[in-house]
Design a protein around this ligand. Sequence first.
Ligand code: GLU
Length: 485
Amino acid sequence: MTDGSVRARIAPSPTGDPHVGTAYVALFNRTLARQTGGQFLLRIDDTDRTRYQASSEQKIFDALRWLGLDWDEGPDIGGPCAPYRQSERNAIYQQKVDHLLESGSAYRCFCSADTLAKAREKQKQDKMRLGYPGTCRDLDRLESHQRAAQDQPHVIRLRVPAEGETSFVDQIRGEIRVANSEIDDQVLIKSDGFPTYHLANVVDDIEFGITHVVRAEEWLISTPKHVLIYQALDHPLPRFFHVPLLRNADHSKISKRKNPVSLDWFREQGYLKEAILNFLALMGWSPPDEEEVFDLDRFQQEFNIEKISTGAPVFDLVKLDWINGMHIRRMEPQVLLQRLADEGFLPPSVSPEDAATILPLVTERMVRLAEFRDRTDWYFADPIAPTCEQLIPKKGTRETSLCALEGARELFGEISPFEPAAIEAALEQLLDQHSLKKPQLFMPLRWALTSRQDSPGLIEVIVVLGKDRAIERIQRALEILVTTP
Ligand code: GLU
């Protein structure tokens, strides 16, 4: 722990579905640790009991592991600094805060919520800075001690120096200086006895030997308070990196009202973990050669945390779809097939051989794995019959469609063996013989065979369906054309 290598962490709060922002920050932290032979820790920040959700923790573990963002120490695997859940570390926070009370860096505050609300109202009226008015700052130590011993409700606050300024270096943004008069006497221990995020976070980062704090820029505003707590605990600062927040299209902080944010959703849609990591990496970093599609290994080799951008990256699903499609097409067919099976996208009735036959036909157009079922339904099941309207292309008539399908039925019947070159020749012959335009032949055939507008290539479709099934479907379409008024 003290050999000079990086110790980085993520500290999600278990308050709901696993958030894409957690994966984003985890990616940078873990990569940094891996690049330097250091460790990546997972801590669970569960001190906010009002927002706590019991099922959330496991979901976070599952989602991060699914992405391959595994950790070296954490609540579920233990480690030298256990426990890694804040709710199990209360005794440690108490001990630290006792030390702060002792040294005078913190004090008890007995102000009621009502008193504080009134003080705030007055500050507003007087157009003064809003914040704790300092009522209990100079309370006699003995009195403070006695009132606490009588169980009078109170919080414990940090005594922020009235004068001077607090400064630190953000490794991405440079030096940041804040006048102490702008920093509130932060609550460290709440009246329920639980620590606030600020205290627990600093104590844990110290206890866990965290050397690099990489987190979202929304915490930048809290960092001066953290710096003061480090100083009060007489401990050197870690290196801070505040990475840009993911944003909605309107540049507000990413939110579930405007974007999918649950990692579970991305998994259910059939985004590949490779694509999600690639996409998240691009949100804060650009590869030197501007080649936007890459894997985690390459990212690990080339990523430089100091080159993280300070822009406001917009979370663009269209871009993620594009990246996902690129990764789908880069994958070895066997690997992709296995992935489809592992992620539950292969219908159980489908044999591996059948799936392997059909997969190359659909990968070219597939954006999300969840589409596999829909895109291959025509092959695995009997699709709903097309309508007469669908069988007649815009630039055609009922007659041209009848002519095309009747011709195809006949010529296909004569082909043996039923092979691509012969099928292609038959289609050419049909175009010539009946002076059909390509859409007049291909569109009704496509609809007849797949009941879809965007099927894979027609010849491939005909080949995999085989002669009998192809002719059966053409026959069915002909009946629709003939019988529909
Ligand atoms: N619990 C905080 C969060 O939910 C951790 C912030 C930090 O990394 O310091 O993001």
